[in-house]
Write a protein that binds this ligand. Structure first.
Ligand SMILES: Nc1ncnc2c1ncn2[C@@H]1O[C@H](COP(=O)(O)OP(=O)(O)OP(=O)(O)O)[C@@H](O)[C@H]1O
Ligand SMILES: NC(=O)c1ccc[n+]([C@@H]2O[C@H](COP(=O)(O)O)[C@@H](O)[C@H]2O)c1
Length: 279
């Protein structure tokens, strides 16, 4: 692989470099996903996991969203720059402390073609950047310790982890045996027990985070947009972005307002108004 990439630097602006509580383990949560588009649930996964983590001896020092490459074979992916812009909007809109690491989307092979990165390699690299390059996290007595890097996923993704056609068993050893995961329940898609039972070898490294009943998904949001409905489960700024860029088969806003520089005025585009169906 030809690395590093022009203009890329590992984001750590919102990384808490010093623990504020004694005897806690610094924790960094990494959410790998399509984020096509990011929903309000993608964002609240971080906060539910954080509240849970802090009751179990961790102190959350960093949260990362790592959008997958365009080469991940899902037809629902819009180009990475849009997914990154939408993640940025979602972070701003929800006052989240998450950082976006766009490394996965930038990786290229020797011929300059984008390449897919397996999740185990995403975590290994993040671990290296945080703990070897940056030197870890300072404790209250001034010493530096390695941050614990863990995956943040929904139970539906955990369910796929026992399928060797989707995940190499050696990668699961790295992800769940070495790093570990916070698994957020997703009752609308699967029973948590079905997801974690086959992974019992790794139970010591798995935290199951209760969620609430919801059917929020990017699939549902895309369908609503295609049908000209309002996608209530998206942060407003993400919805506005989708409309402005006509993503997922959406219509341009009817009255496209522009600001004094000729740029679209996002505030003027209301996502709460029903949008005329174009199908
Ligand atoms: N409502 C939710 N509850 C719990 N986990 C979720 C929820 N929505 C997304 N996730 C998790 O977020 C991560 C990234 O998900 P992804 O971007 O693929 O979203 P998605 O809604 O599952 O997408 P799609 O509907 O396009 O398949 C996955 O681990 C997924 O399980
Ligand atoms: N073998 C692997 O490393 C592997 C397999 C399936 C999904 N994933 C990752 O999980 C995330 C979510 O994937 P889906 O959108 O398919 O649920 C993506 O970031 C994807 O790259 C990784």
């Amino acid at each position: 692989m030809s690395e590093p990439y022009h203009g890329y630097s590992f984001p750590h602006n919102r990384l808490k470099r010093r623990l504020t509580h004694p005897n806690k383990t610094p924790l960094v949560l990494v959410s790998c996903g399509s984020f096509s588009p990011p929903t309000s649930l993608h964002m609240s996964m971080f906060s539910v996991a954080e509240s849970y983590a802090e009751r179990t001896g961790f102190e959350l020092v960093g949260s990362y969203m790592s959008p997958c490459s365009d080469t991940y074979g899902k037809s629902s992916l819009v180009p990475a720059h849009h997914r990154i812009n939408m993640c940025r909007s979602a972070i701003e809109q929800t006052n989240s402390n998450a950082m976006i690491d766009d490394w996965e989307t930038l990786r290229r092979d020797e011929a300059g073609r984008p390449v897919y990165t397996r999740t185990a390699d995403v975590l290994k690299r993040l671990d290296e950047q945080l703990n070897d390059v940056l030197g870890g996290i300072q404790t209250l007595d001034g010493t530096f310790v390695r941050a614990r890097v863990m995956l943040l996923i929904g139970a539906d993704l955990a369910l796929t982890m026992s399928d060797p056609k989707v995940w190499a068993p050696a990668d699961i050893d790295v992800l769940l045996g070495y790093y570990g995961a916070f698994i957020v329940e997703r009752p609308a898609l699967c029973a948590t027990q079905d997801a974690i039972q086959p992974l019992k070898k790794y139970h010591g490294n798995i935290m199951v985070v209760p969620s609430f009943q919801n059917d929020v998904s990017s699939t549902k949001a895309r369908a609503q947009i295609r049908n000209g409905e309002v996608a209530q489960d998206l942060p407003r700024s993400v919805y506005d972005y989708i409309k402005l860029h006509h993503l997922y088969g959406s219509q341009p806003p009817k009255d496209r307002h522009v600001d004094k520089n000729g740029k679209p005025d996002l505030e003027m585009v209301s996502p709460r108004l029903p949008v005329a169906s174009h199908r």
